[in-house]
Write a protein that binds this ligand. Sequence first.
Ligand code: NAP
Length: 240
Amino acid sequence: MRILLLGGIGEALQLARRLACRHELTYSLAGRVRPRADLPYVVRVGGFGGVEGLRDFLRRNNIELLLDVTHPYAAQISRHAVLAAKQAHIPVWAYRRPPWQPEAEDNWQPFRDWSELRIALAAFSRPLFTIGLEPLRHSHEIPPDQHWLVRCLETQPEPSPRLTVLNATGPFGLEEELHLLRHWQVDVLISKNSGGKAVAAKLQAARVQGIPVLMWQRPELPAADEEFDAVEVIAGRLGC
Ligand code: NAP
């Protein structure tokens, strides 16, 4: 079967490796991370140009099944996938990674967007942001009594005495996360509810340290034709 797999997370790579033996697979990346060179299938990199661009790609390449295995916060491409597959009259299946759930000792406070987060942040002085580059777009808003620690993929913002950027990519272990929270005297953690194991230790570290977590709520996604919470099940359904 000719399959287009929208990837960008670890599970997408796992699935691609399994499907490649039996199917004609194209693996698609947005372009943030460099593709590995040793992959046994076609890799394409970069956006399609919206819903129409994706629909045209599906038609031009006679794709029979679209698999959305993107990050739970990559909402735009997931929305485009559902619309484009419909227009191209092919099915779309989606992997929806299960969210993390709080434990009894956790103090998680939800927020929906930056304006809600800003209000919640006022009670703290040394936040650690683990939500990508968004805080750097607001670094001019840092109040005089706060220091922001931002962990994100490689970027070099303007130096500021109230901002420290740590360029790092997971996975991170518990000891590492505890050291980070203690060393920087972090008093609140800001996180996406990404789910998975790779970056979950920060939540455990916050629990150990008794630090609250401001948790960005997941974006709403349109329903795919079929949805899965494990890529092994998708592989099984496709005979791999
Ligand atoms: P997004 O906001 O949903 O997508 C923005 C645009 O990037 C899309 O409209 C599309 O461009 C292009 N795009 C996204 N994923 C693509 C893919 N797999 N193949 C080809 N084009 C793609 O996504 P995002 O939040 O910027 O994330 C970009 C990628 O990074 C995603 O593939 C996601 O799986 C991965 N990722 C995201 C996060 C996160 O926290 N958001 C974390 C880890 C990994 P066109 O409209 O031009 O087609």
